[in-house]
Design a protein around this ligand. Structure first.
Ligand code: 3PG
Length: 306
């Protein structure tokens, strides 16, 4: 059995070594396609792969058509919006993610970006502190929970809204659960986004939702760029000179944001929330173990295309 690691944004070497150990211990062969620049390279590499480990790499119908021997794709990470689930099901390919394995890394980055922003991007001028600020966590999954834990250490007042998580679960963590996204944005000066990109959430972070955030508002996005209505966010930041947007996923309109909103806009050059050795090891090795479990024992835990 051939397991391909196809990562345009590679894992740390230590994680690849760990993946190799798991795959070879199971008697399988590991192939690597890292830092590829062209889809043709991916189409070629998948031809004889029985299993693939990916990150944000796009697995669409064309890739699935090319992967004639493929049985399973594991997205080493949380969000699987980069995989065409319907096409995978049609090709009889199992798709899994590795929930929770990189969530601490993303949460640490979210808090780090908040500090960076309230300290005026470390430009030497007087900023403000996170302590005492109201933080709204939009979606209380694995990353949201870790954000709450770290934010409490900073002395922030932590609120959350999650359409699918019962309020009692949120409140057990000492976090105030609110009834709607509208209430969360009205209440909190800082909002940290942790919603997945789905048909329902795409473009959902819009002018109407953001306009009522308290003075000195800051939106922190370590989730997906697709959930932001960029045109409406630009309009809002034109109307509100106090509004900051800090993101780990570069917007399509990055140049316009950077030009218009200097001093209150920041984007990382490449999504780096999960880019730590620890997260790479956790998610990469979990992916390898899930592949071995599936190919050897038919284990379908973490399957997302039921
Ligand atoms: C995830 O969904 O797990 C994160 O967004 C990390 O994505 P990455 O593996 O592409 O860095």
């Amino acid at each position: 059995m051939k397991v391909l690691v196809a990562t345009e944004k590679p894992f740390a070497k230590v994680a690849v070594d760990g993946i190799r150990k798991e795959i070879e211990a199971a008697g399988f062969e590991l192939a690597l396609l890292e830092k590829y620049t062209d889809k043709a390279q991916l189409l070629d590499a998948v031809k004889d792969a029985n299993a693939i480990i990916i990150r944000s790499d796009i697995i669409d119908a064309e890739v699935l058509d090319a992967a004639k021997e493929l049985k399973i794709v594991v997205r080493a990470g949380a969000g699987y919006d980069n995989v065409d689930l319907a096409a995978a099901t049609a090709h009889n390919v199992c798709v899994m993610n590795t929930p929770g394995q990189n969530s601490n890394a993303v949460a640490e980055l979210a808090l780090g970006m908040m500090v960076y922003a309230v300290r005026n991007f470390y430009n030497g001028t007087s900023g403000t502190e996170l302590m005492g600020k109201k933080l709204g966590i939009h979606a209380y999954g694995n990353v949201g929970r870790n954000v709450a834990r770290v934010a409490k250490g900073f002395g922030m007042e932590v609120y959350a809204y999650d359409a699918f998580c019962p309020k009692e679960v949120i409140e057990k963590d000492g976090v105030k659960a609110l009834d709607s996204a509208e209430e969360l944005y009205k209440t909190c000066q800082v909002v940290s986004l942790h919603i997945p990109a789905t048909a329902e959430t795409k473009n959902s972070i819009n002018y109407a939702l953001l306009k009522d955030m308290p003075k000195g508002a800051m939106l922190v996005n370590t989730a997906r760029k697709e959930v932001i209505n960029e045109a409406e966010l630009i309009k809002l930041m034109e109307d509100r000179a106090d509004f900051k947007y800090i993101t780990d996923i570069m917007p399509a309109a990055n140049a316009e944001f950077a030009e218009k909103f200097a001093g209150r806009y920041f984007s990382t050059p490449k999504k780096m929330g999960a880019q730590t050795a620890e997260a790479n090891i956790n998610a990469g090795i979990a992916a390898a173990q899930q592949i071995v479990g599936f190919l050897k024992d038919g284990c379908e835990k973490f399957r997302v295309n039921k």
